[in-house]
Design a protein around this ligand. Structure first.
Ligand code: ATP
Ligand code: MG
Length: 332
């Protein structure tokens, strides 16, 4: 049996002006059933493009340049528009960064839930309302608030309502793109606790997109690190946090206040990500890598498995323990 979600050699580009932006470049990724995978990387590395390609909601100037995506053995990409609509909420659902992108301000929460539960799920109005109350309880909302409009909810409550909507029809896969980024820190933690509990209790399969590796460390058993449109490292979160093998992943750890023991030792990653309309020929991280070799600027590294399930795309992957040691010294 293959993984629940299988992405093979997926490339997505945008046209803007006269340029072609290679936002996702030959990505391979798998999400097993009942697993939350964190997709992490800094702004512009292609996380949302990858997420949108999986959901089939890319903007008009985007093009799938190659590759395929399968969910539970069924082809998602390429797919017809009719099939994509049929799948949304029932098979794949999403939690956006801002709940208002999923919730309509002019409808009561009850009616928005009915829209999905009755129209898509075939439930009666009464059964929908009962299911809504159950979902509200599960995400930590008071079921007596289901007649409210979204604006009567706080940001954290709206995000919880968006999660309830995503869970409504028990989809196979949930894609959450920066689900807590817009919330203040205390509320972030509360919503993360809820997602973590739901993930465990319901055996959710999800991709959690975030620029914050500490969010992934808290929620996800698997992690994929993206840089410049490519996956540069993937494996179990425990392995990646404990023994990062790509210098970029090491940099993300050193720059994360929650994963670094002492806050005064935080080291930002110097420099800027590559221009994806004219990416450099070799490793895309070469210009910023503290361990760069001449070959790194010329040859793009293949992604290789360095231990079971732990993959890394770095010419110096074999030296990872020594590089970690050095990276730690840089950081302290
Ligand atoms: P962020 O953390 O800021 O959300 P991201 O990792 O989600 O970033 P994407 O939004 O996928 O990154 O963007 C990847 C690349 O594609 C960037 O270079 C971005 O400028 C470009 N891009 C994204 N959307 C479009 C678009 N609609 N048209 C043209 N280029 C786009
Ligand atoms: Mg994004």
């Amino acid at each position: 049996m293959g993984a629940l979600l299988q992405i093979e050699n997926l490339s997505v580009s945008y046209r803007r002006g006269g340029a072609t932006i290679q936002a996702v470049d030959a990505v391979d990724l798998e999400v097993p059933a009942a697993t939350m995978l964190g997709l992490v990387g800094e702004s512009g590395c292609g996380k949302s493009t990858l997420a949108r390609a999986i959901m089939g909601v890319l903007p008009g100037n985007a093009r799938i340049a190659g590759g395929r995506v399968e969910l539970a053995g069924e082809e998602l990409v390429p797919s017809t528009e009719a099939r994509r609509r049929e799948r949304l909420w029932r098979e794949i659902s999403f939690v956006p960064q801002t709940a208002m992108n999923a919730l309509d301000p002019v409808y009561r929460l009850r009616d928005q839930m009915r829209e999905v539960l009755c129209s898509r799920g075939g439930l009666s109005a009464a059964a929908s309302d009962a299911r809504t109350a159950e979902l509200f309880r599960a995400v930590g909302l008071d079921p007596s608030r289901l007649m409210d409009f979204p604006h009567q909810f706080s940001g954290g409550m709206r995000q919880r309502a968006a999660i309830a909507l995503a869970l409504a029809l028990n989809p196979k896969l949930i894609i959450a793109d920066e689900p807590v980024t817009a919330l203040d820190v205390i509320v972030q933690r509360q919503v993360l606790d809820t997602i973590r509990m739901l993930g465990r209790d319901l055996g959710l399969s999800a991709i959690v997109v975030t620029h914050d590796i500490s969010v992934v460390a808290y929620l996800c058993t698997l992690t994929a690190v993206m840089y410049g449109g490519r996956i540069v490292e993937s494996g179990t979160t425990a392995e990646l946090v404990g023994s990062p093998a790509h210098p970029y992943t090491m940099g993300l750890m050193n720059a994360s206040p929650d994963l670094k023991a002492r806050i005064d030792t935080l080291v930002p990653i110097e420099g800027a990500p590559p221009d994806l309309s004219a990416p450099p020929p070799g490793c895309r991280f070469a210009a910023r890598c503290p361990f760069v070799l001449p070959a790194c600027r010329e040859l793009s590294p293949d992604i290789i498995e360095i231990s079971t399930g732990h993959k890394v795309a770095c010419h110096r992957a074999g030296e990872a323990p020594a590089l970690r040691e050095l990276a730690g010294k840089v950081a302290t």
